[in-house]
Design a protein around this ligand. Sequence first.
Ligand code: NOJ
Length: 581
Amino acid sequence: MSVDSVLTAPAALAGPLTLVHAADDTPGWWRSAVIYQVYPRSFRDLNGDGVGDLAGITAELPQLAELEIDAVWLSPFYRSPQRDAGYDVSDYCDVDPLFGTLADFDAMMAEANRLGLRLIVDLVPNHCSDQHAAFQAALAAPAGSPERDMFIFRDGRGDSGEQPPNNWQSHFGGPAWTRITEPDGTPGQWYLHLFDTSQPDFNWDNDAVHAEFERVLRFWLDRGVSGFRVDVAHALVKAPGLPEWGGRADGNSSHGFPGHEAPMFGQPALHDIYRTWRRILAEYGPDRILCAEANVDPLPRLADWVRPDEMHQAFNFPYLHAGLDVHRMRHVITESLTALDAVGAPSTWVLSNHDVVRHATRFGYNGPAPRDGDGIGPADVQPDEALGRSRAAAASMFMLGLPGGAYLYQGEELGLPDGIDIPDSQRQDPTFGRTGGERLGRDGCRVPLPWRSGEPHAGFGAGADPWLPQPASFAGLARDAQAASPSSHLNLYRRMLALRRELSLGQGSLTWLENWCTDTSLAYLNGTTAVLLNVGPEPLELPAGQVLLRSFVSAEQGEDAHRLSSGETVWLEIYIEDTES
Ligand code: NOJ
């Protein structure tokens, strides 16, 4: 290969080429990894209680390994009263009986090792459950005690302390403060909870909190995990004095979504915490990673989280929120690669997770998608399921051609839609209760997976009804049915992920193909693979090159073979002429 290689792109691809990311040959498996999120309570129910379990995950891991993913990230399975589906932890070093035992965890780890899959677990350091022993001790101890200092307790305002200490609101609706009754029965102090009342925030100004989480990190590293996804990683430290905040609970202000202006986010002292954690991980070898769930904008600020001595990755939520708006997509991709390259970090890409409406449902609308956490109910405008699924395939193919790492959410490989017909009485997300039903919450994207079409509950579990009802369409979308159908969503994902690995797309570079970057199409070159997306109403003539894969499997033959349909992505091998050969 010569440095003088020139691209002799066919006419339709010719034009100025804008390189925004040089090929990445730095070692580090995570830099190009595909990491698959397992949401344990909805993955596979082996003991028949209606809720997924660790044994169920172990049983199905071979099916995930087939997808050629690199790692599995598990949402929380720790001891928890499950008020926020496990993000309310009462014991960080044990498995909730709902999901199994530590022995089940070890069996799952062993099976993952056997299959060559890494396991990443979720760390929830901003808050715990109100049933955690440390919080119970704080309630029993007097104001000003070391036990209270593990959390953020303050006296209330007003003559008798009857008003909350400041105006902060909970992410799930309502005030972010709850007043306690002191052990002597009198109305007492208030504690901060950025999420549900049952999730008191830790006080990260207290060294004892640091020591406790360092112990937790080592506990799971000793059991063999490859790293941690860090929950609300931007929230741990609060601004001194807890100043009032006029913007939204999620950090949105009238200026957009800065995520660094809000006094509960992005405080400078956070970064030393992650430097310390990185040093702890390094004691276990160079391959253990930290991934920040840090919903911060603008993107250059996100780069602060992945500087060489801090975290390894951060979720790219601006990409998730760009939808299929080609201008926003291009802007976010360019900005991500530029900003993260500047600190030597790879970007990650993501379209779905357990907090947002699945992308197969979001793309079933032509108008704006519902706000995160709002969900969709039977009374709302309904998505077009088939349209959503085919656009989701195109969006995933566009994403998986990008250099960097990618996160997949369980069931997206099946093209699953959100559950919409969930009776109010079965909704479990605290958002629903705390907003009086005004925001439906995130249950729709958490519906249990369909595995086997002919079995009860589409093979999720043979016993009790699943903890959330499955849509009728799930039986037809079950993994076994899709495995048998060459044109299924699942088989597209299999081909896509295998080809991504074969072509080393994750380690590649991105060059915008300007002639294809229009108001309704977007295209880039990664190595010799051109990735072209058409979001316009009309089909577009495909440029010359060898079609490697297209998101409309049915378009591989027939009259559409030379055209890129509306809502379709193609991976095309184009020719690079080596001037020295
Ligand atoms: C982010 C998690 O992804 C979400 O599910 C959870 O409710 C909040 N953090 C609070 O832990």
